[in-house]
Design a protein around this ligand. Structure first.
Ligand SMILES: [Zn+2]
Ligand SMILES: [Zn+2]
Length: 264
């Protein structure tokens, strides 16, 4: 009998028949199902959202249009700089951050801006694979050099995540974990809803985030943590999470975000 007291395929066909059935399911039916799914949900370009040709992750014109966060970048937050003699952006010169170093994959503008919006609000979770592959390509060596042990997404207030159905930072973190072969753990929780940061001044942001996070008990196992978020603006969220991680004894905190502004 099956799990719910029903008669399943196994009971009807027997073990050997099932092996054959599983084999043919994989060989013939899965490709057909995939074709049907592709017909109804064709893969789309993560930048312009047009339907893609088979075998590509982004359309050719978008590949040229998007801007990656390439050197020279701020040594602290990863924002691209115009002057390659400068070490830090204006932001990082003015204030000390609690994380050690951060990296961004793209510059937050044009098509990437639209892409981020659909990833966050338009249920385009599948874009995460493209972001994660790009991130892994750019920063695999950097992640290995800093001996990152675990990837931790910046949390979203749980009711908000339930309403939206997902936390975009977590979706990206999991895709990145698979690409880099690292574990992904939601070790930080957001226990208090906060006002959207973009409407607030720097000191209001810090106050807004005070006591907004708490940690899962098994956080102490780790020394090098990579935080992950979709967009980096002033870094106050990253610092608020870093602060609570440092107070729990975590030694080094880094981050990767999908996109960032420029730091001229
Ligand atoms: Zn495109
Ligand atoms: Zn900076």
């Amino acid at each position: 009998m099956g799990k719910n007291g029903t008669i399943g395929f196994r009971e009807i066909f027997g073990k050997d028949e099932m092996k054959k059935y599983n084999c043919s399911l994989r060989r013939y039916i899965c490709p057909v199902l995939r074709e049907i799914l592709m017909f109804f949900y064709p893969p789309r370009c993560p930048v312009c959202d047009d339907i893609l040709l088979p075998g590509v992750m982004i359309c050719e014109s978008c590949r040229h249009e998007i801007e990656r966060a390439k050197e020279p970048v701020c040594k602290r937050c990863g924002k691209p700089l115009r002057d390659d003699r400068a070490e830090y952006c204006g932001d990082c010169e003015r204030k000390k951050h609690l994380y050690l170093q951060g990296k961004a994959v793209f510059v937050y503008k044009g098509g990437i801006r639209q892409s981020m919006y659909r990833f966050k609000y338009g249920n385009r979770r599948e874009y995460a694979l493209f972001y994660a592959r790009e991130a892994a390509e750019q920063y695999r060596g950097w992640v290995a050099r800093h001996r990152i042990e675990v990837i931790v997404p910046i949390p979203m207030y749980s009711r908000k995540a339930r309403l939206r159905g997902y936390n975009q930072a977590e979706v990206f973190a999991r895709a990145l974990g698979r690409e880099l072969d690292l574990p992904t753990k939601s070790l930080v929780k957001r226990v208090r809803n906060t006002v959207p940061q973009k409407t607030l001044s720097e000191s209001e942001r810090r106050h807004n985030l005070k006591n907004a996070f708490h940690l899962e008990p098994d956080i102490v196992k780790w020394n090098q943590i990579l935080l992950v978020d979709d967009i980096y603006t002033t870094g106050s969220t990253m610092d608020a999470v870093a602060e609570i991680l440092l107070s729990a004894g975590i030694k080094n905190i880094y981050y990767i975000c999908i996109s960032i502004g420029t730091g001229f």
